[in-house]
Each structure stands twice: as C-alpha cells, then as structure tokens.
Design a protein around this ligand. Structure first.
Ligand SMILES: *[C@@H]1O[C@H](CO)[C@@H](O)[C@H](O)[C@H]1NC(C)=O
Ligand SMILES: *[C@@H]1O[C@H](CO)[C@@H](O)[C@H](O)[C@H]1NC(C)=O
Ligand SMILES: *[C@@H]1O[C@H](CO)[C@@H](O)[C@H](O)[C@H]1NC(C)=O
Ligand SMILES: *[C@@H]1O[C@H](CO)[C@@H](O)[C@H](O)[C@H]1NC(C)=O
Length: 795
C-alpha cells in the first residue's frame, strides 16, 4: 500500500471520527486527561468546569524506508480544529530528527522527510507537536507526542553467524548423523512480511552432507565415509530470505567438516619374519631389536600392544611398546651365552589397545609374526667362581701361610688359561700375594689385628691368551685375634693417701684395658707384685669384675718420712697365651682434713702426679719469663720517672720532655736557647709560695731497717721525722688534706753516715740525691704485686 495514502487516510479518518474510542480517546487523554474530572461539573474549588475541545486528531504516521524518489517524502499533516485557515496558527515540531530529518510546514502542518531512512538503523521516531498562535505565541493546543514508524522493505540479505564453520564427525557414521547447525540472520523486520524468513540449502558437499532448510542443521548423507580415504570436506550452505522464493536475497557460508578417526583398521606387521643378531655380551635390559606394525588409524586408535606368545627360550626376552612410536622393542631379560644356546625363535603378536567392537566384523584386529634371534660369540673375560671371597687369617700366622684361594675360568669355547694377581691399589703395603697359577692367597707380611682388623683386597684374573680380558673379585680378609697384648691401667691414676689414713681404707679403684678382643670378653686379674708383697704398705683387692681396689695397710703415713709410694700392680688377662704386665701406681702422701679431703701435698709429687707434659712445662716457663719481662720493664719506667720531682702533674712531664728534646748550644749559649724553658713552671713558682699537692701515692717504708741498737743515729732520724710531723700538724696555715713530705735517708754503715744534710732535704727539695725515694716506690710496687697491704695508700 502506498505510504502517503495511508497517512493521508489516517488524517482524514481521524478528522471524521473524533469520537472513536481508540485514537480519539488517546488523543484526548494526551491533551486534556488532567481535566476529565471536570465532567462532574465542578473542580475541587467549586469552580464550574468548561468542557474542553478535543485538539489533535492523530498519533501515528508511517513511512517507507529506503525511499529513492527525488522529492521529499510526504509523511502526513498536522491539523488543529482551532485552525480556521486564516494563517494565524503556527505548527511547531520537536523531538527525534525534528528540523533535520522531518520538516513541517508551519502554516499547513504538512510533514516531510528530508532524507531516505533505514528501518534497520532506526525503526521509529518520537516527535512532539505544538500549535501556537502566530501572533501572540499563545499555545492553541497542548504539546502532544506522536510516532513516525518506518515501514520495512527487504533490503537486507541473510548473514551467517560464522564463516567458515568448523565441524567434526566420526568417520563411518550412520546416515543422518548431525554434524553442526548453521544459522543465518536477516536484519529486516521479522514481524512483517517474509523479508526476514530464511531458508537453507546446500550448494556444495553433496552427496555427503545435507542441510535442513528450516533449521540449518547439517547431517551426514552418506553411510560409509572413510577417513582413511578422504578426511576433509568443504560444504557450502546458502541461506535465502523471502522464504527462499525468487527475488529473495541470499548469503552463503563454508562449513569445513573433518572426519574424526575411529578404530576401523587393525595393526599389521610389515614382515612375517624378523631376524636380529645379538652379541652374547649384551647386557640384561638392553634392546635386542625393534619391530613395527602399521596401522592406518591415528592417535589412540593406532596404539598397539606387543606380546610374545611363543618362545624356545622362556623368560629370555620381553617385548615392550614404545609409546611414542608404537614400535615393539625386544629386550633381553637373561644373559645370553653363545656357548650354551646360539639361536632363539619367538612368536609375537600385536593388537590394538582400544578396540571398537563395531568393526569386529571387518576381520581380526591383531597380527602375528616370527622373530629369529642369532647369538654371536664374544671373547669374554674370565669368570670367578664366586662373586666375592671371605678369608680368615690369624694375626700370628707366619709368612707364606696360605689363607684361601680364588678360582676363575674363561667362559669362551677356547677356554684360555687364567693368570691371577693382586690389585696392588687395594693392597698398597703388599701384605698379601696370590699364586698366579692356582689362585692361592698367602701372607707376605705379619698381620696385626689391633692395627687392621680387615684387609679388603681385589684379585685380578687375566686371560693368558688375551691379557685385555680381565675381571676382578673382592676378597675380604678378616684378621683373627690372638692374645698378643697385655692389659694395662685404663687411665693414668692420680692417687694420694692421707697422712691420717686408717688401715684398710680404699684410696683408689683401678681398672684395665687390653687391645685384644677375646670372643667371650675380657677377664682381668689384679695383684700386688710378688717381690713387693712382703713389706708392702698398700694392698690390692681384686673385685673379680675387672676392677680392683687399692687399700691402705697401716694407720698413718708421714709425708716427711716418705712422700711418694710406688705400688707395682700386676694385671693379667685370662686368655691363652696369658699376657700380663706390671703397672706402677704412684701414691702421694698428703695432709688431709678430717673428712679425708686433700689439703697439702708434696710439691715435687704434685708435678710428678699431675703428669705435666713438657709442653705444659714450657708454657709455664714462658709465663714466668713474660712476668719477669713485665717486672723489668716496669722497673725501668720507674727509674725514668725518678728523674723528675715526685710532685708533678702528668702535663708537666709531657711539657718537659718536649723541652728537653730541643737541643741547644749548651749552657753558655743563652742566645740560641732559652734556659727558662727548661725550668719547671711549678719550680719557678715554688720559691714564692708553699706548694701543697694532693699526693697521688705515699710510700712509707714498708720494711723498716732493723738498725743495731748500738747505733744512736737511728734515734736522730726518728726524732727528725717526728719533729717535722709535729710542725706540720700544728701549722694553722696547712691545708686540710694530707700532704706528702719526702725525707731521704742514706742508710747506715757509711762512715760519713750521710752525704747530704738531713735538714736540707725538705718537701721543697728540688734535687733528689737519695736512693731511698727511688727504692721506696719500687719496693712499694713490688709489694703491691705480691698482694702487699694497701692501707698505706690512704695515709
Ligand atoms: C621411543 O622412540 C623414540 C624415538 O625413536 C625415542 O626417542 C625414545 O627414547 C623411545 N622410548 C623408549 C621408551 O624406548
Ligand atoms: C698352589 O701352589 C702353591 C705353591 O706351589 C701351593 O703351596 C698351594 O697349596 C697351591 N694351592 C692349591 C689350591 O693347590
Ligand atoms: C672390609 O669388609 C668388611 C666386610 O664387608 C667390612 O666389615 C669392613 O668394614 C671392610 N673394611 C674396610 C677397611 O673396608
Ligand atoms: C713401707 O713404708 C716404710 C716406712 O714408711 C718404708 O720404709 C718401706 O720401704 C715401705 N715399703 C715399701 C714396699 O715401699
């Protein structure tokens, strides 16, 4: 039907059927819906309501898509019944595409589409219309919404959702087996006409496949498609709209269909007889040969199992499948021996692992073949009778004693003679030898079980004809024990006896060791040596459990009389031949407290008993020397210090040393050298005022000289010191702390008695002529080192 006419009709129809309950009512509602209550006569405020006129007489327009005419396409006409044709009404259009796609003649209300429209792009447009008074701009009709619908034409061809499609179907599938469903869609309006109604057909791929025209489902159309013949098919499917009728649009797609494999082929050996040649030296587990069966199938349908179904050497061979190549590998399971059997014959079978029962009818799914294995001779090394040998030799066995023999032979047909030798790398000390001809092993040296309980050596057998054919065998030689060691004290015992010991008192428990290893364990016997037994001062009591006690035999021991006793103890073992030794136990005599705890022992015995090694003695000696060196160094330091006045601060010492280092031109050279710098700054001051210094140390004579009573000058010194002490004590100007006063005394025995005047030596003394002040501190230091009394320091 012509679109324009429809629209025009719409308008006409709407104009003449104002009371139509469908359109008219909707139009009414849109414009005056809010006032329907007015029909009752009054509004909520009691104001009488005026029935309003119906305004608009339309609500939908239709338009054909893809209009190809040169003029603008007429859509329809707006008309208000308040339009009296005098041109005072102005129609206004707003909404989707108003002014661009749709234009309205504001006087007549005619709407035109400016462009061709595509329904598949936009199926309808919602617009709004108004009628206003051209002069006053007053709305004559309320704004109203209307729709312009685009009518479909068949302007889209069907499109497949995929191109190409991929599909698989098992080979040998029955006719009608579904493969894949293809789908084409048509953008045209499916609700209107046949523009979107698609029908499928097959263009290529017959007679193998078919397609359902309605659903697009592709099925097999041939019963026995064989993958081994043709694996891939390209099927072309067409979709056509307008229900497939003439004039419809169409689209195509390709469906790539692959036949998947099914196990429809059995494995087949390529030969009926395989032959392999194998040297007899081949190791157990090695591959003897590889056989292969072919299978037209692929993947797991070609997986095979090989098995031996008959053999003239049972257990000799095995067959395995290489999972990646599906080869059959024949593996040696037992050693071959050319001299025993030279040829084997096997019957093998191959079978698919995954069998499809559907194809049983096609024949047996296994195959058989024969394998011939020819053993080749190899020159083999000698073979020892045993894998290893264990021999025993007594440790006192004489040289050249045969302790056993080994035996090897050539396994080959030629049966070459065998020569024996010892692998010297395993017997570096050449303790053993082997008879080259008969394999007897004998001793070359004396054995000592206590040194080496085992000798593990290797014996080599060499073929006489072919020295390259070598084999070796381990020989374990165990050295058997012979009682050739005497027991001795288990340790170095440190024993003492108290001076106040009582008779029969235990002073030591002793035990013994013996490097021999008797089978039944050791049994030691202890006793006092025979010659000492008579006048013995100690006794030995054997406890019969491999220990013994040393007991006193008398009541008291006197270290002054005899400080060390040597007690000879005889220890013997119970073996044959019996071994015994006399061990001397040294016992010191010590003073003890009542509980018997050692208090003091003879020093000589101490070192002897302590068993000081020469190393320890050297260490002690070194310590003593180092101590001596320290003392000497210290003394030297003291002597140096003595050069300065005793009362001096550390800074001064440093200053003076620096000054002294500056060598001048001598005392006469007053220009070059300022003698004043030599002077102690404190010493310069000292003539002016008394100097009281807190003493660092005070050294009173530790040991007062014991002067013979005949000397009276002794009294003079004491008096002098007392006098000075009194002076100081009574001096009111003296500082509150103690001050040091140094007095020198030259000693006695000199005829001159004193080189200096005692009176002249005061605390202010600049010079120190006296040795006592030097001797004093040094003695003091030594006294400190030896733990002297410290009380002096606080005086
Ligand atoms: C199987 O054969 C492949 C290719 O010859 C080889 O690499 C692989 O080692 C074989 N596997 C066995 C278990 O023999
Ligand atoms: C091997 O020969 C040596 C020396 O002739 C002989 O002492 C020994 O008994 C022989 N051994 C054997 C097993 O005959
Ligand atoms: C020698 O062999 C014996 C027995 O196998 C073993 O007990 C021993 O430890 C070995 N000795 C040496 C030194 O290898
Ligand atoms: C036992 O002691 C006495 C005196 O202490 C001493 O003369 C004597 O030699 C000692 N006997 C032995 C065997 O040492």
């Amino acid at each position: 039907m012509d679109g324009r006419r429809v629209c025009v009709l719409m308008v006409l129809w709407a104009m003449t059927h104002l009371s139509c309950p469908g359109l008219g009512l909707r139009a009414l509602r849109r414009t005056t819906g809010g006032r329907r209550a007015g029909l009752t006569g009054q509004d909520a405020n009691g104001v009488p309501l005026r029935r309003s006129k119906r305004g608009w007489m339309w609500n939908q327009f239709f338009l054909l898509e893809e209009y190809t005419g040169t003029d603008m396409q007429y859509v329809g006409k707006l008309h208000s019944d308040s339009d009296r044709g005098d041109g005072s009404v102005k129609y206004v259009l707003t909404g989707d595409g108003a002014g661009t796609l749709f234009k309205i003649d504001e006087k007549s209300g005619d709407i035109h589409a400016t462009k061709r429209l595509d329904r598949e792009e936009k199926a309808y447009y919602i617009l709004h219309a108004k009628a206003v008074n051209r002069f006053t701009n007053e709305a004559l009709e309320g704004e109203s919404e209307f729709i312009i619908k685009i009518h479909d034409i068949n302007d889209n061809e069907p499109r497949f959702t995929k191109d190409p499609y991929m599909a698989r179907v098992p080979e040998m599938s029955d006719i009608g087996t579904s493969v894949i469903q293809v789908t084409a869609t048509d953008a045209d309006d499916a609700t209107y006409g046949n523009s979107a109604r698609v029908v499928y057909s097959i263009l290529e791929g017959q007679p193998y496949f078919s397609v359902d025209p309605e659903t697009g489902l592709i099925k097999t159309a041939l019963g026995s498609m064989d993958r081994e013949v043709k694996e891939n098919y390209q099927v072309v499917i067409q979709a056509k709209d307008m229900a497939g009728q003439m004039g419809g649009l169409s689209g195509t797609t390709t469906v790539s269909i692959t036949l998947s494999d099914v196990n429809d082929n059995p494995p087949r050996f390529t030969k009926t007889l395989y032959e392999f040649r194998v040297p007899e030296s081949n190791e157990v587990g090695s591959a003897v040969g590889v056989i292969r069966a072919m299978d037209a199938d692929i993947g797991q349908n070609a997986e095979m199992d090989y098995r031996i179904i008959g053999s003239d050497g049972p257990g000799m061979f095995d067959i395995m499948t290489n999972k990646s190549t599906q080869d059959g590998i024949i593996v040696l399971r037992k050693p071959l021996d050319f001299e025993r059997k030279r040829q084997y014959s096997l019957r093998v079978q191959v079978e698919n692992v995954h069998i499809n029962p559907r194809f049983y009818s096609m024949g047996p799914f296994r195959d058989e073949a024969t394998i011939k294995i020819v053993v080749e001779d190899v020159d083999e090394p000698p073979v020892f009778e045993h894998g290893s040998y264990v021999m025993k030799a007594k440790e006192d066995a004489a040289r050249n004693t045969v302790i056993g023999s080994v035996s090897a032979s050539d396994p080959d047909d030629k049966n070459s003679l065998v020569r024996y030798s010892i692998d010297r790398r395993t017997d570096m000390d050449r303790v053993f030898n082997v008879h080259a001809g008969n394999g007897s092993v004998f001793i070359l040296r004396e054995l000592d079980r206590e040194e080496n309980a085992w000798h593990n050596i290797s014996v080599i057998a060499t073929e006489f004809n072919n020295p390259r054919q070598i084999s070796r065998v381990p020989v374990y030689i165990s050295v058997l024990d012979v009682n050739d060691n005497a027991p001795t004290f288990a340790t170095n015992y440190e024993t003492f006896v108290c001076e106040n010991a009582k008779a029969n008192q235990r002073i030591q428990t002793i035990s013994a060791t013996d490097p021999d290893e008797p089978l039944v364990g050791h049994r030691f016997y202890f006793s006092l040596a025979q010659d000492a037994a008579g006048k013995a001062n100690f006794s030995v009591r054997d406890n019969k459990d491999n220990t013994a006690w040393i007991l006193t035999r008398r009541n008291s021991y006197n270290s002054l009389q005899k400080s060390i006793y040597h007690v000879p103890v005889v220890i013997s073992d119970g073996e044959f031949p019996m071994q015994s030794s006399t061990n001397t136990l040294t016992i010191r005599v010590c003073t003890c407290d009542r509980e018997g705890n050692m208090k003091l022992c003879n020093a000589e015995a101490l070192t002897a008993r302590a068993g000081l090694s020469t190393g320890a003695l050297v260490a002690i000696l070194l310590c003593v020397i180092i101590l001596l060196v320290i003392v000497v160094l210290f003394a030297a330091l003291r002597r140096q210090r003595k050069k300065e006045p005793l009362i001096i601060s550390k800074e001064d010492v440093r200053d003076n040393v620096v000054s002294y280092n500056d060598e001048g031109g001598g005392e006469e050279d007053t220009q070059a050298f300022d003698i004043g710098t030599l002077r102690n700054p404190e010493a310069i001051e000292e003539s002016k005022q008394r100097r009281d210094i807190v003493p660092e140390t005070f050294y009173p004579p530790v040991r007062r000289p014991v002067l013979p009573p005949t000397r009276d000058n002794n009294g003079d010194v004491r008096d002098f010191i007392n006098q000075r002490l009194q002076d100081n004590d009574s001096d009111p100007t003296a500082p509150p702390y103690d001050s040091l006063a140094t007095y020198a005394y030259e000693g006695n025995g000199s005829v001159a008695e004193s080189l200096s005047s005692l009176e002249s030596v005061t605390t202010e003394g600049d010079q120190d002529y006296n040795y006592l002040s030097e001797w004093g501190p040094r003695f003091k230091k030594l006294a400190d080192m030896y733990g002297g009394d410290d009380s002096d320091r606080d005086s």
